[in-house]
Design a protein around this ligand. Structure first.
Ligand code: 9MR
Length: 468
């Protein structure tokens, strides 16, 4: 099971070798170029993606835990702290302290946040479990509106609805109190989330949907229907809890791709892989490569840091051992990331040597001089009344760069409220953004992306870019 695609055999062999060396305690020099990133987050960022982990608020004071978190990851998912039982323990009385702790830790360490989860049949507080019909539907909508509003502008993507489909071959919805409020409960949840936080990507998240099967096809059909009818949905989360009973399907990548082809992003949201040693390491590489091969796969999140942090610690399914040491699986995942490609191909091909024959010496300079060292930047906007999210892509020219600053001018009345993957200078008028520690280095022709959220109208025109 879990065989790598044929074209990956060499890389898999290198990873396996690396894994063996790591297991033997040998100091490793990563296979690949001297430019290879040395942390999961930086390496994923070099391909325009993130690498995240589930975080428990009460562990942030554990220095082994927080040291690894702050060094390796640039996305966090609160493991339990944003669930309904945690955030609304009694009706219309909201409790955010544990989740806020994670959010503020993430923001102060330049990490983004996946919100998890607004509507789910599990981990409901007792008062919800005893509701039904219109009262339950209204309570769900009120919950989503309040929680998504509390975190408005701070969430990269929300798991709006979690695990709403049945296991097995029926393709049916899971029976639950929420399902009993009417089949339209999922779209009602997505509409409420969009109204409360228009900047967040809105995801449907589930397990046992990692390959093409009856359950994933039922989700696929729902997403297709939502897109056709204009119901807001931006992404699908694939939990990817892998073990011998539930191995990585051979069509894992193809399944991600078929969802992406519907016009949604895809994310690996709760990855853990039971096992140890080389087999586990190879399976991690297989999953990472599948995400990297799908342009709309935004990133991967592992469901905890050390094996001892896992919800199923007996399976030793994570990237760090109980003492916080990197496992062979870590090295393998990092190597696979370092071999990765950007989320979408560069918009312009790399500059090539002119092919015109050298008949006479040119008397005028070529019309398209080589880009040379330096960088260029483009901006894409997600805009709504009163606010926007800007994603800026910084592309290196024909030589690698070691740092960058992108500048743009905001229209009058607009202001930057939140920035990720860059440090902002100024918040209105002419503003500039400089790389953070992990994304300053960009190889020739490659790009990295950062973003910011603002109030008012977003910027137009092409940003300036200065390289170091
Ligand atoms: O990891 C979570 C664990 O601490 C909780 O006890 C459990 C309760 O349901 O939820 C775990 O996380 C789940 C996630 O929220 C949804 N997908 C399955 C995850 C593992 O059970």
């Amino acid at each position: 099971m879990n065989r790598s695609p044929r074209r990956r055999v060499l890389a898999a062999t290198l990873s396996a070798t690396a894994a063996v060396l790591a297991a033997a305690g040998t100091v490793l020099i990563t296979a690949g170029s001297a430019d290879a990133a040395t942390t999961l987050g930086a390496s994923a960022a070099a391909t325009g993606r993130y690498f995240g982990t589930a975080v428990a608020a009460y562990k942030l004071s554990d220095s082994v835990y927080s040291t690894i978190l702050d060094r390796e990851f640039n996305m966090v998912t609160p493991e339990n702290e944003m669930k309904w039982d945690a955030t609304e323990p009694s009706q219309n009385s909201f409790s955010y302290s544990s989740a806020d702790q994670i959010v503020s830790h993430a923001q102060s360490h330049n990490m983004r946040i996946r919100g998890h989860a607004l509507a789910w049949h599990s981990q409901q507080p007792g008062w919800v479990q005893s509701l039904s019909g219109t009262a339950l539907r209204n309570a769900m909508l009120n919950h989503i509106t309040n929680v998504a509003t509390h975190y408005k502008g701070k969430i990269y993507s929300w798991d709006v609805v979690n695990e709403a489909f049945a296991d097995g071959t029926s393709g049916a919805r899971r029976s639950s109190n929420l399902q009993n409020t009417g089949n339209d409960w999922i779209e009602a949840a997505f509409k409420a989330a969009r109204a409360a936080d228009p900047a967040a990507k809105l995801c449907y998240n589930d397990y046992n949907t990692d390959g093409v099967n009856a359950k994933s096809t039922a989700v696929y059909n729902m997403v297709k229907d939502f897109k056709a009818r204009g119901v807001p949905i931006d992404c699908v989360g694939f939990q990817s809890h892998i073990n011998s009973a539930s191995p990585v399907p051979s069509d894992y990548q193809a399944n991600l791709q078929r969802f992406a082809d519907l016009g949604v992003d895809v994310q690996i949201t709760e990855l853990d892989i039971a096992g140890s040693g080389t087999a586990q390491a190879n399976t991690y590489a297989t999953v990472v490569r599948a995400c990297l091969a799908v342009a709309r796969c935004n990133g991967l999140t592992v469901w905890g840091i050390r094996d001892s942090d896992s919800w199923r610690s007996g399976d030793t399914p994570l990237l760090f051992d109980n003492n916080g040491n990197k496992k062979a699986a870590y090295t393998s995942a990092l190597d696979a990331l370092n071999a990765g490609q950007p989320t979408t191909p560069p918009t312009t091909p790399p500059t090539t040597t002119p092919t015109t024959p050298p008949t006479t010496p040119p008397t005028t300079p070529p019309t398209t001089p080589p880009t040379g060292a330096g960088c260029s930047a483009t901006v894409s906007l997600n805009q709504w009344t009163g606010g926007f999210v800007a994603t800026i892509r910084v592309t290196a020219g024909s030589a690698a760069i070691n740092g960058w600053t992108a500048g743009l001018t905001l229209p009058s009345g607009a202001a930057v409220t939140n920035t990720w993957n860059a440090t902002a200078s100024g918040s209105s008028g002419a503003v500039s953004f400089t790389n953070v520690s992990y994304n300053g280095k960009v190889n020739a022709g490659q790009y990295t992306e950062f973003g910011f959220q603002g109030t008012g109208v977003g910027p137009s025109g092409t940003p300036t870019c200065t390289a170091r």
